[in-house]
Ligand binder design. Structure first.
Ligand code: ATP
Length: 655
């Protein structure tokens, strides 16, 4: 609180002045009243004179010879007046009363003088007090707004950066060993550490040290983890901050925090700054935003741009940033000279998943039957965070069953739980609904068995889980590119449930909501993004910059919009007809599966093989991995219909 001493000093000074003006250590006049004054002082002839102050207070001076005796025994002789005071209603009435009393008591008139006194202290205080209150409230708001401020921090540090510093005294305990897979990314960041430690090796040949590195990848792929590992291993000071911590509701705070952060980093150079979720401040300053009051964010971004290009090449500060929305970042931020290097972290591959399982199993007590290959094969499309979550879930499941070790079955259950939600065995559903769910799931399963590019079917269940009433598990294969035929097969599998209901019951239900949502999105992607429609041609309205999504206008004409809608409808219609045809041809098997589902609730691979024969070599699967169509963790679900806003199964496991 160093900056506050003068405020305290001023208040203490004023109080002191007030006290001194009241007489300080000498006792001040005693309060009395008219009756007492008249009978005890006036009548005794003890009053020397009276001073009326500010027309409201009469100060009584007692004759010197009367002091120290009788009524005035307690007032020492020689003490200067006033000795008593009392409040008078008004000067006029006081004068009248006094004149009357003098006449009544037959004494000489007492001399009265009048004085106007200004109480400076009270005046100053009455001016200062409102200001003090306003400043107090302001500080309170600042403290609350800066909620993240560490306790006891000076509110004047509001514009200072809140970055956490890892250095010699406080090290991050994450090392590169804790980051599984991501070999290329690890190599790149290791090189950055080397830039800082041995800059001459590079500058000697005329190379410039990069200023910024941006880690890009879907949520949960280990961006923050990788940065933490850099903090643990790079033996240089490491400042870690999240993009959102720059932004406050006060204009100018963000910019000053950026300035402060770079100042601190430069003081400790060579050092690393890590800004997590940089999209919070680095969003594109596109025109679409100009309608919104976002001055604060813009000025923060401008400051960041200036700092990154402002400091000398070899000052030894490297900025690492992480985001999963590179598309929305401002281009100025990504240009060479700022975030020079882009490191992409993808969803982990089979081998990487195995390695991630291994890392997270280190802390678990494992049974002998754990098979990493099977686990990795069962989790395509899962991120590192998902796998960490599965390991934890498996341990929780094993503990719930009072096991001493975590076994393979616990991992299977954990995967099921993460993919499809918790089993709700006690949920009451009517026989009629169960029948619909069984046929719906049998429809999906049957279609998937007869399509070349459908994912391999593992298991079908009609046990309610999460918000879904049934689910089918697939084993998707990993691909980077998808053909039109693969997309078409996926559409058909998704429509299998609805088509089965249509065929078997002659009426359809609301249960296909989740499927239809997927189908619609996928069909639009095929037509509008991948240019699969012949009439529309090789055009893509995909917007990797994210600018269209901010603007109100579409990048195509009304006519094209109509054509896209028409083509999408046509595509889904064709897929639906194809699906119905497959189901009609294989209706017996579908009905058999539905019957088995009603009997057993969960039908596994062995039962499926009994009905459909062994997995044909031609039965291949596909998994969507490209950005625009989200899917991946192979389930299909019959969503529960209810009066409330229909919710569908959330295929993305919670972090
Ligand atoms: P977001 O973009 O949502 O912040 P992120 O990419 O920063 O996500 P992290 O916070 O780094 O993700 O990862 C979350 C957790 O997932 C980590 O704490 C770790 O347990 C696990 N994880 C992710 N990737 C890996 C990996 N390659 N090796 C080991 N664990 C991993």
């Amino acid at each position: 609180m160093n900056n506050w001493w003068w405020v305290y000093l001023l208040i203490i000074g004023l109080l002191l002045a007030q006290w001194l003006s009241m007489g300080g250590f000498t006792a001040g006049p005693q309060e009395t009243n008219w009756m007492d004054f008249k009978s005890e002082m006036l009548a005794q002839g003890a009053v020397d004179h009276i001073v009326v102050v500010n027309k409201e207070r009469a100060e009584v001076f007692i004759k010197g010879e009367k002091l120290g005796q009788g009524r005035f025994e307690k007032i020492p002789k020689g003490r200067p007046g006033p000795h008593y005071f009392f409040n008078i209603g008004s000067v006029e009435s006081f004068e009248n009363k006094l004149a009357k009393a003098e006449e009544e008591l037959q004494i000489d008139p007492i001399p009265i003088t009048y004085e106007e006194r200004v109480n400076w202290v009270a005046n100053i205080l009455s001016w200062l007090l409102p200001f003090a209150i306003i400043i107090g409230i302001w500080m309170l708001i600042l403290r609350r707004a800066g909620g993240g401020m560490r306790g006891g921090m000076n509110p004047f540090d509001f514009g200072k950066s809140k970055a956490q510093l890892f250095d010699k005294d406080q090290r991050s305990n994450v090392s590169f060993k804790d980051v599984a897979g991501l070999e290329e990314a690890k190599l790149e960041v290791k090189e950055i550490v080397d830039f800082l430690k041995n800059p001459e090796r590079y500058t000697r040949l005329g190379a410039k040290i990069p200023k910024g590195v941006i880690l890009v990848g879907p949520p949960g792929t280990g961006k923050t983890l990788l940065a933490k590992a850099v903090a643990g291993e790079a033996q240089v000071p490491f400042f870690s901050i999240s993009g959102s911590e720059f932004v406050e509701m006060f204009v100018g705070v963000g910019a000053s925090r950026v300035r402060d952060l770079f100042k601190k980093a430069k003081e400790k150079a060579p050092s690393i700054i890590f800004i997590d979720e940089i999209d919070a401040i680095g969003r594109s300053r596109s025109k679409a935003f100009s309608m919104q009051p976002n001055d604060e964010r813009e000025s923060t971004l401008n400051q960041l741009l200036t700092e990154m290009d402002g400091f000398e090449n070899n000052t030894g500060v490297i900025v690492i940033a992480a985001t999963n929305r590179m598309d929305i970042l401002d281009r100025a931020l990504l240009r060479p000279g700022r975030f020079d290097r882009h490191i992409y972290l993808d969803l982990p591959t089979f081998t990487e998943r195995k390695a991630i399982f291994k890392v997270h199993m280190r802390k678990l007590k494992l049974g002998k039957d754990i098979d990493l290959d099977t686990l990795a094969a069962h989790t395509p499309g899962f991120t590192g965070a998902d796998i960490a979550n599965i390991c934890n879930e498996a341990a929780l499941i094993a503990a719930r069953n009072n096991k001493s070790k975590v076994e393979m079955q616990d991992f299977y259950d954990a995967i099921d739980r993460v993919v499809a939600g918790l089993e709700k065995k006690n949920k009451i559903i009517s026989e009629r609904e169960k029948n619909i769910v069984a046929h719906h799931e049998a429809g999906h399963a049957t279609v998937s068995r007869y399509l070349k590019h459908a994912d391999k079917l593992l298991k079908v269940s009609i046990v309610p889980r999460g918000r879904s009433l049934g689910a089918a598990w697939y084993l998707p294969e990993e691909h980077n590119i998808y053909t039109e035929a693969q997309f078409m097969d996926r559409l058909c599998v998704a429509l299998g449930g609805r088509a089965a209901e249509d065929l078997v019951f002659g009426e359809i239900s609301s249960g296909a909501l989740d499927d239809l949502e997927k189908v619609t999105k996928q069909a639009y992607t095929m037509v509008a993004y991948y240019g699969f429609d012949k009439e529309l041609g090789n055009l893509s309205y995909y917007d990797s910059t994210g600018e269209y999504s901010q603007s109100l206008q579409k990048p195509y004409s009304e006519e094209t919009a109509r054509l896209i809608d028409e083509k999408v409808r046509d595509l889904v219609r064709r897929a639906y007809e194809r699906t119905k045809k497959i189901l009609t041809e294989h209706e017996d098997q579908m009905l058999e599966l539905a019957k088995l589902l009603l009997e057993k609730e969960v039908v596994d691979r062995k039962d499926l093989e009994k009905i459909f024969g062994p997995d044909g070599a031609s039965v291949k699967s596909a998994q969507e991995l490209t950005g625009s169509v989200k899917d991946g963790k192979g389930t299909s679900a019959l969503s529960e219909s209810s009066n409330e806003e229909p919710e569908t199964i959330d295929e993305k496991p919670a972090k």
